[in-house]
Design a protein around this ligand. Structure first.
Ligand code: ATP
Length: 754
């Protein structure tokens, strides 16, 4: 690990041998080999010192110079290197250890010096650079070529107006005047007549194509026509199930608008995080269109006597593939049983941008001859809908997904160590040096969102001095959204990000589905999603309803095969170069390094200068993280949760995302940690069933009560469920003591988003 230690690394935390052994693809060097490498490195150092005339001391502070260049691969060596294990990627403990020794030896002495010196250097725009090895010993970045694919295209709009349908004139005028829409989208044109005819339907169309109104309009049309007029006391006539609270709120708001002329029809929303008592009272008064998350609906089915489904005529599952997915299945069964016991014949509608698998389970919700509706540009007018059974519907829905035409998708390959600075540079580029940019950054865990939120607010915002509050650049407005936040805060953030003109939303997949946040310009996937389907939903938060937008997927060199996975779903990405993202740092004087590279004649930013600035930024991150124990703990928690999430990729993707492919020292750096903390062994050993026996034993020793081993499916499920967790765990636990009776339901509740 010595090579990964900072030049002036003062860490007393030796790297656990377990991790070195997990990540060390090479056998240890013989004495002769070590000597040869030492000699070679010394030679290179000497050459550099002569070329740059770097004083010895300065060279110690910034060791990235010549060796960085050695890490820049020749085109030949760049080719076809995808796995660190295969690529000659040299993790800690390999070559370079010896060259760093003189420096690490003096670490005790430099500790005090570095701290004082760092402070002195601030304000002089020549920060003390502690992080010297950022650009060294990284795996090669392979050439990235997205395979040619035939993109699936969907036309968003039709030239047809809502007047052409046989709708109530007040409904049409509400669409025109309240929602400001006049012509139908393709999916609306296909779906509305089918649903008005009373048929069940399975609807798939690209993200942001207007699926909510595709079921909302016929639902309102049909309910307003019911005679005698619907009364509040009739209870629910339509049940709409959606996977997240924010989506529930959003759908509820749309129904409030649609129902403006039909005031006798009452919409209502039930969702986790809200007070049950208040919801019960509303249910007692009567809700005709009931929108709910699965968990909260189940909770009421079990505990609220006044909930009755005898009048339900419609069941709509929005984001149906998510609801039919792992974890929600049990809740859905409870909901369906309750509906089937009570209700008359009803219409069932399933919608999503990625409906494929899970359709065999449609039988379980007793769809009757569902019509399969999908939108494809190739289909000739009149656009046919397909009469199908659940089985044929399954066949007709391929796994090639349409993404919006105005979406420009990119990928950047970044070695683990550089991920944090690269993400920061990207955010600065978009939000500090450009105007009107609204970004959503997807991260794999709640803890990582919290960590990045605190870190970016502390480091990326301009600070004049330590006392003054950070100066908010107007566009550098960070927001966070994840399942462990209190509901009020979630709602506030959702509203704020919906309304703001620019900003950065750091979030988990809780924001991946269905949310219609206006004018989002970039979707950044800092951690790749667990499936191509989730990729489609995440990027679908931009370029909605015929507009344009962009996306950027971060991959490490060992993860580049993910591009092929996406290509197999007809999704292709253009490469963005890491260097060009990092070059943004040249615009920010706060990250100016020693500046001596400025003298160079070259017109563009020197690569070395960019690296130096990236190193300054990384140093700032590490200084912040190591400034106090709380920050270190937060970084460790984030790292641990990242590792846990990494073990949950499905087995079909383990060849790309396997915990063994991670270099933990490098990964730790992307959390501002100078070294991989000890104790991670237990986290990964318990999470990773394939970890060595030795690691598992160590983990057992350390943990008094090691968590139960889970199958990979269980882990995936529990991750998803914790992701969508209500955040009520503490409150529910205390209630548990008082009301044993409610225990089961409370657990169900906290287990789901609802
Ligand atoms: N006919 C229309 N004309 C103009 N805008 C429309 C029309 N129908 C819907 N919209 C708007 O398009 C946006 C996206 O609609 P919606 O959220 O229903 O998309 P979606 O297909 O459900 O997306 P996702 O798959 O991401 O959930 C919304 O802002 C909605 O108001």
């Amino acid at each position: 690990m010595a090579e990964d230690m900072l030049m002036l690394n003062i860490s007393t935390n030796p790297i656990t041998p377990t991790f070195n052994s997990l990540n060390r693809p090479h056998k240890s060097l013989s004495g002769r080999e070590k000597w040869a490498k030492k000699k070679d490195t010394a030679k290179r150092k000497a050459v550099f010192a002569t070329q740059e005339g770097t004083p010895t001391k300065q060279k110690k502070f910034n060791h990235s110079g010549p060796d960085n260049q050695s890490s820049e691969q020749s085109p030949k060596s760049q080719r076809a290197q995808t796995s660190p294990l295969k690529s000659g990627h040299k993790p800690s403990g390999d070559s370079g250890d010896e060259t760093e020794k003189p420096v690490t030896k003096s670490s005790a002495k430099t500790k005090t010096f570095s701290k004082k010196h760092t402070e002195e250097q601030r304000g002089q725009e020549r920060p003390f650079i502690k992080t010297s090895s950022l650009f060294r010993n990284n795996p090669d970045i392979p050439d990235v070529q997205s395979p040619a694919v035939t993109k699936v295209k969907e036309k968003v709009f039709t030239g047809n107006s809502f007047e052409e349908l046989d709708l109530h004139p007040h409904l049409v005028s509400t669409l025109n005047k309240v929602l400001n829409i006049s012509s139908m989208t393709s999916v609306q044109k296909k779906t509305i007549p089918v649903l008005l005819s009373g048929r069940d339907a399975v609807v798939r169309s690209q993200t942001g194509s207007g699926k909510t109104l595709a079921y909302g309009i016929p639902l309102v049309q049909s309910l307003q026509a019911v005679q005698p007029k619907i009364k509040r006391s009739d209870g629910p006539l339509a049940v709409i199930v959606v996977p997240t609270r924010e989506l529930a709120q959003q759908s509820f708001q749309i129904f409030q608008k649609l129902l403006k002329p039909f005031t006798w029809i009452v919409p209502g929303v039930l969702m986790g995080g809200e007070k049950r008592k208040a919801e019960k009272a509303r249910l007692r008064k009567g809700i005709n269109i009931l929108i709910s998350t699965p968990g909260r609906l189940v909770d009421h089915i079990k505990n609220t006597l006044s909930i009755a489904f005898s009048a339900v005529r419609w069941l709509i599952l929005d984001e149906a593939d998510r609801i039919l997915d792992l974890g929600f299945e049990k809740d859905l069964t409870v909901i369906l049983n309750a509906l089937n016991n009570d209700g008359p014949a009803r219409q069932n509608v399933l919608l999503s941008a990625t409906l494929t698998e899970g359709l065999s389970r449609l039988a379980a919700i007793s769809m009757k001859d569902p019509v399969s509706i999908q939108v494809s540009e190739n289909s000739e007018e009149p656009e046919e809908t397909v009469e199908s059974t659940p089985q044929t519907a399954n066949q007709s829905l391929t796994s090639s997904y349409a993404v919006p035409e105005g979406l420009h998708q990119h990928v950047v390959v970044v070695p683990s160590k550089l991920r944090l600075v690269c993400l920061s540079a990207f955010i600065l580029a978009r939000c500090k040096f450009e105007k009107g940019q609204k970004l959503i950054v997807f991260v794999s865990s709640c803890e990582a969102v919290e960590f990045l939120f605190t870190l970016f607010n502390a480091v990326l915002l301009d600070k004049k001095d330590d006392q003054a509050p950070p100066q908010h650049h107007p566009s550098l407005n960070f927001l966070k959204l994840h399942g462990n936040m209190k509901q009020e805060e979630r709602t506030e953030v959702f509203q704020e990000f919906s309304q703001c003109k620019s900003g950065i939303l750091l979030c988990t997949d809780v924001a991946a589905r269905g949310l219609d946040l206006p004018q989002v310009t970039w979707i950044v996937q800092y951690n790749p999603p667990i499936s191509a389907e989730e990729y489609v939903h995440r990027v679908g938060r931009t370029a909605r309803i015929g507009t344009t937008g962009s996306s950027l997927l971060f991959l490490t060199p060992s993860e580049t095969s993910y591009i092929d996975v996406l290509a197999s779903h007809n999704i292709s990405l253009a490469e963005m170069k890491m260097q060009s993202i990092l070059a943004t740092l040249m615009q920010d004087p706060r990250f100016k390094g020693r500046g001596k590279w400025n003298n160079k004649k070259s017109s563009g930013p020197s690569e070395q200068e960019v690296r130096e600035r990236a190193t300054v930024l990384q140093t700032e991150f590490e200084n912040f993280v190591h400034a106090n124990q709380e920050a270190v703990q937060s970084a460790k928690k984030a790292l641990q949760s990242f590792l846990r999430a990494y073990t949950t990729y499905p087995s079909s993707m383990k060849h790309i995302f396997h915990i063994r492919g991670l270099h933990l020292g490098h990964t730790a750096k992307s959390f501002g940690l100078r070294d991989a903390p000890g104790g991670l062994a237990s986290a990964t050993a318990t999470a990773n069933p394939r970890a060595g026996k030795k690691d598992k034993n160590k983990a057992k020793d350390k943990e008094k009560r090691p968590p139960k081993k889970q199958s990979s499916k269980q882990r995936e499920a529990s991750l998803m469920l914790s992701e969508y967790a209500s955040g009520l765990r503490q409150g529910l636990k205390s209630k548990k003591k008082k009301k044993k009776n409610r225990q089961t339901n409370a657990e169900d509740q906290e287990r789901t988003e609802g």
